[in-house]
Design a binder for this molecule. Sequence first.
Ligand code: ZN
Length: 456
Amino acid sequence: MEMRFTWPLLLLLLPVALLLSGQGVRAAHTGDFQHHRYEELVRALFSVQSECPYVTRIYSIGRSVEGRHLYVLEFSDNPGIHEALEPEFKYVGNMHGNEVLGRELLIQLAKFLCEEYRAGNERITRLIHDTRIHILPSMNPDGYEVAAQQGPEFNGYLVGRGNFREVDLNRNFPDLNALLYYYEKSNGRNHHLPLPDNWEEQVEPETRAVINWMQNYNFILSANLHGGAVVANYPFDKSREIRIRGKTTYSATPDDKLFKKLAKTYSYAHSWMHKGWNCGDYFEEGITNGARWYSLSKGMQDFNYLYTNCFEITLELSCDKFPPASALHKEWMANREALISYLEQVHHGVKGMIYDDNNNPISDAVIAVAGINHDITSGADGDYFRLLLPGTYTLTVSAPGYQASTKQVTVGPAEAILLNFTLKTAPKGTNQNLKSQHSKKSQTTAKVSAANPGPR
Ligand SMILES: [Zn+2]
């Protein structure tokens, strides 16, 4: 559930926010970067919100075990509103409480977007006008406080990694990979896989909050910021094979080429990630398939891809999980362009509206790309976004009760191609209009054929 701020609380925080905003601006210019404990993080977010009130909004997606809010700062020309054809993007930091660089980078990013918007920076202004950007600097505020209590010098490898109950949140999402790998063999569903009925009892409050968040927003692209290595890691994290000792196997998604390109966008825009040698490890071009590195189950990035329309990668940003404050400015400069470039990737591929023949938008229509066994769906406003590399593709759109529609499209390297679909109502007597007279079995068959069009 989403929570809005009540006015009295906002007014209470406003003077603090105004006071700090001056400092924030100065800090950005002098490189005087600091770590932010929970209260400071909240103040920093409200400071940005008060500096850029017309293009930002703060909301909470829920609370941690210890009751800390999971605050999101949103940037948009119409904060709080999804505009059709405007893609939703998210950054998630500090999922592991002791991996703190992402948290600080996202605070800096928020300040930067606000300052540059105010200064009239064309690139940033366009980004804010054309994108709805959601920034969650800390998914694990409780773990952070445990790690920060120890400070940078004394921080161990694991202290503060998990949440308050010491559960690793990146091993806490429902395991949809197992289901997908089974479906792959039986030609089953290839997107929006179902959650177990009792999933809410199986996950931690922070995980539940993030899953609810994903259910409420049609995110298209995302990155999840970690530390302990320097590499852009892309799905799948979970291996398809049972692990043989000492051997790891590449676990490609149907969108493998696209994920590689997304990961490279970050690694090459980063000052040194692409060079490959970092923290005593070597990753060619600064990227890796998750399972190829080491297989993990119940991670967040695979869940994004299998449960939503969102493509997420995991960014490992520093050798040192808790770098000293003196390193933060250099890290910001190394990551700034990468964070912006990666965000801009949400504007590639194909997007458009799905209408019925009365021009009413159709939500939850299924968009299939021939040759890529991963469908996506249209959002509540009937808009869809399909990230794709440059090339020519055949798209088929289908929805229950309508005739499927197929179109060819050529995607270039620039902005997303606009391609709308109008679906005709399926004629009476066809499989789409089967009602109670027909057996359950034939209805099921009709549904499956509508949801999985094209040659597969
Ligand atoms: Zn991590």
